[in-house]
Write a protein that binds this ligand. Structure first.
Ligand code: AHR
Length: 497
């Protein structure tokens, strides 16, 4: 099969906001305990932070991590997680039916983030708590000193404010499963009040209001409109969440799933703009895709979990090769919308639906680690409007889609161009061409490929390298035209300089 990719230096979508490569750590399963923190483990440092995990997080260059939930945050009392560890209470986590020991909390997370090189995207509890508690938490984190909560932080050994700039106003408040879930109007008012109070304490922060928990929510659309109608002036971003699955073992259909991410982004952007127009505002609401991934492998196993245990093996999806392809396509989709999507968090980072897995003895890279690594490493720059002319196919769920997902990122200062591309065709290679006359002198520096004959191949503790990228020699520039072969069902990174 053949396809053409068209780019033009002057047709630019936006500069990539590095926060688009963010991730997420929730107090859930072994994400924290046994994932990033394990006191006494030989792989842990003096603070109990797992060094092997930290190394992999640094390798991913994760710019920002959302914390501490997720569903967990809607029942969380942050005060339980600070101060001397021997005085912290163990609490019931109603969201995940587990016991939270609070031995790792807010201050430990700020230390961990420093070591990992990440900023923090902090969520406040708008399930069982409200504006006052959100203000207290912000005061504890960001106020310099001389007040109740800022002095409490200082007494806990943190003289310098944490200075957290990005705040989520609750989590998935449209979901019936959410502790304290609300109607759109109720939540919109609450979000407005909370953001207003928080911003009057610290004018430098930005806030993210909860959009729908997914495109298939019955209130989707109405929810975004009504929520923004209530809080448009007080918030900066609206969230989107999406988890995809291959429950019918229909890989062709599964790989088409990035189409619904694309539709979802366009739909939410339109709703934001409808509210903007109605209110005659100049300000634009940007999008925070702060939970996205594949999630379904662990569903059956999770039904066996004994309630009220500590750090159970929960949501431990073992990702296969086809999941990595879809994650690659989802990353391409996010990048193609870089004009509107400013934040995105792969959910999550360690052990629970994550690119990194740990045992008591080691940490390893799941299949989905690689597209995330490549996008985060090479996907910074200006997104060029990337048009393709490629064969299309009819998918069962998502309509007609292209076999080729692709996006080009140009770093003008570094004189480099990166093409990310997924060939979704299960049977045929795709031969691509791309006119590079505007990129005079650019040559292929590297063509990385993630490919595997077995769509269900996985990486495990004992076989951690079953799926990993290799260098390909299947692309070259000839007379200012890039010619390359994208192998059947493959993720490709073509780097030109
Ligand atoms: O990421 C796992 C869960 O998925 C989060 O806690 C919740 O926000 C979503 O439903």
């Amino acid at each position: 099969k053949r396809a053409e990719i068209f780019i033009n230096q002057h047709y630019q979508i936006a500069t990539v906001d590095r926060r688009i490569f963010g991730s997420f750590i929730e107090h859930l399963g072994r994400a924290v305990y046994g994932g990033i923190y394990q006191k006494g483990n030989p792989n842990s440092d003096e603070h109990g932070f797992r060094k092997d995990t930290l190394n992999l997080v640094r390798e991913l260059r994760v710019p920002i991590v959302r914390y501490p939930g997720g569903n967990f945050v809607s029942g969380f009392s942050w005060e339980d997680s600070v101060g001397p560890k021997d005085r912290r209470p163990a609490k019931i986590d109603l969201a995940w039916q587990a016991i939270e020991t609070n031995q790792f909390g807010l201050n430990e997370f700020t230390e961990w983030s420093d070591k990992a090189g990440c900023d923090i995207m902090m969520a406040v509890n708008l399930g069982t708590k409200g504006p006052q508690d959100a203000k207290n938490l912000l005061e504890y984190c960001n106020f310099v000193g001389g007040t109740d909560y800022s002095d409490l932080r200082r007494a806990h050994g943190y003289a310098k404010p944490h200075d957290i700039k990005l705040w989520c106003l609750g989590n998935e408040m449209d979901g019936s499963w959410q502790i304290g879930h609300k109607t759109a109007r109720e939540y919109g008012r609450l979000a407005s009040n909370t953001a207003q109070i928080m911003k009057s304490l610290d004018q430098t922060i930005e806030t993210v209001v909860c959009g729908s928990s997914g495109l298939t929510m019955p209130t989707f659309g109405e929810w975004e409109y009504q929520v923004l109608d209530e809080c448009y002036d007080e918030v900066d971003y609206i969230s989107l969440h999406l988890y995809l699955a291959n429950r019918n073992n229909d890989t062709t259909d599964f790989l088409a799933g990035s189409q619904c991410m694309d539709d979802y982004i366009s739909g939410v952007a339109s709703i934001c703009d409808a509210v903007k127009a109605k209110k005659h505002r100049k300000k634009e609401i940007e999008l925070s895709f702060d939970e996205w991934n594949v999630w379904y492998h662990s569903e059956e196993q999770d039904e066996q979990i004994r309630p009220w245990s500590e750090a159970p093996h929960q949501l431990e999806d073992v990702y296969n090769f086809e999941d990595a392809l879809l994650v690659g396509s989802m990353l391409i989709t996010l990048l193609r919308h870089a004009d509107r999507v400013k934040i995105a968090c792969l959910a999550q980072l360690v052990n629970a639906i994550a690119p990194i897995m740990t045992s008591d003895t080691r940490a390893w890279r799941q299949t989905i680690f690689y597209p995330y690594l490549h996008a985060s490493t090479y996907g910074r720059g200006t997104v060029l409007l990337t048009q393709t002319n490629a064969p299309r196919y009819e998918s069962r769920t998502y309509g007609t889609v292209s076999v080729l997902d692709s996006v080009c990122i140009w770093d003008q200062a570094a004189q480099s161009l990166t093409i990310f591309a997924v060939n979704k065709d299960l049977n045929d290679d795709v031969e691509i061409t791309c006119d590079l006359r505007q990129f005079c002198g650019y040559r292929v520096k590297e063509h990385l490929v993630l490919a595997c004959n077995d769509m269900k191949a996985i990486n495990t503790e004992t076989a951690p390298n079953t799926v990993r990228p290799i260098r390909s020699h299947a692309s070259r520039v000839e007379e200012s035209v890039l010619r390359g072969i994208l192998g059947k069902h493959s993720w490709n990174v073509i780097r030109l300089e």
